[in-house]
Design a protein around this ligand. Sequence first.
Ligand SMILES: Cc1cc2nc3c(=O)[nH]c(=O)nc-3n(C[C@H](O)[C@H](O)[C@H](O)COP(=O)(O)OP(=O)(O)OC[C@H]3O[C@@H](n4cnc5c(N)ncnc54)[C@H](O)[C@@H]3O)c2cc1C
Length: 341
Amino acid sequence: MNIQLSQSSVAVIGAGIAGLACATELVSLGYQVTMFDKGRNPGGRIATRRLAESSFNHGAQFANARGEDFGKLIVRLAVEGHMAHWPAASGKRDIVWVGAPSMNALPRAMMAELAAKGCRLLNQTHVGWVSADRKLSLFPAAATSPGFVSRLGGEVVGPFDAVVLAMPSPQAVTLLAAAGHRFAAELARARYAPCWSVMASFSQRCDAPDLIRSDTAPLAWISRNSSRPGQPNSPETWVMHASAKWSRDNLEENSSEVARLLLEQFVAVTGQRSAPEILQAHRWRYALVEQALDKPCLWDEATRIGACGDFCLGPRIESAFDSGHTLAGVMHKVSQKQDLF
Ligand SMILES: Cc1cc2nc3c(=O)[nH]c(=O)nc-3n(C[C@H](O)[C@H](O)[C@H](O)COP(=O)(O)OP(=O)(O)OC[C@H]3O[C@@H](n4cnc5c(N)ncnc54)[C@H](O)[C@@H]3O)c2cc1C
């Protein structure tokens, strides 16, 4: 991997919306930021998967912008054509924003702006551990399994002047385990619900509403993915999310069986008669925050390690954004006061 680091740099681990928001603010304040993500693309749970000729938004479905900072970003990206309204999901108290043509347009646009300002993303790079003196161990993501990354090893980089963990709290706990960091106990207070998501395409259109939600059925969310702005109407594509309860009860089930079981539910609800041309399930082990820390971010001055993400404020894209944005401000304040980095 052989990574060249500049002096006075900040490592942001996780290029989901929290990590992107944190990096955006740090870069605008003049810091040198390097991002690391085990995924192929930025976005984390704001995800789009391409299968055959279709693209499916199998993670976050839409964003609301209730606060000023996220609102400004979304409006600017909408003007540039990266975000749009999705009429099928509107009608609630908030305006519903989606990436155009797919959800990953939002993280891609943010990453493109960061890259233009010199921020590097090392993708497909799994960080195995973070030490208390801000060194990281890196593994090529393709080579990793949970057992593999838990061993001390990999290419060691750093020390960085500060390190930000921007990922679901259970994953941050694993990263800090070797350092015995005091955050581990605090991070463990947050709780996530899992979610099985199924992507399906059909050659025939069925006569069902574009969006069906339920609080009680095994399928909590069924949406016609092809009704999103900028999506071709044909073939007809659908995304369905199992409820937290069903997902938890079936967490270790194999993905083909999950796809089959949830397709049965889908057919019962929508009356779709044709067989799916594409059918694939994806498990989100940490999908929606059930219990947040109720504080905007975590920052430890002694080690200069911070943490941000939806686990801080709640189960929404905007909460994760606010957490990352706030952490960057806290770091800047400390850095200015103490001339640390
Ligand atoms: C199925 C589903 C539906 C949802 N629907 C909505 C919705 O409609 N509206 C809404 O507002 N929110 C929704 N959400 C929630 C929303 O997606 C999240 O709250 C938000 O995207 C979290 O962003 P984040 O940056 O905190 O974490 P993430 O998006 O999870 O980003 C964390 C990043 O860290 C990386 N990472 C983790 N560990 C490592 C490591 N060791 N080394 C390197 N990289 C690592 C991951 O690859 C990932 O890219 C949904 C989520 C799911 C799963």
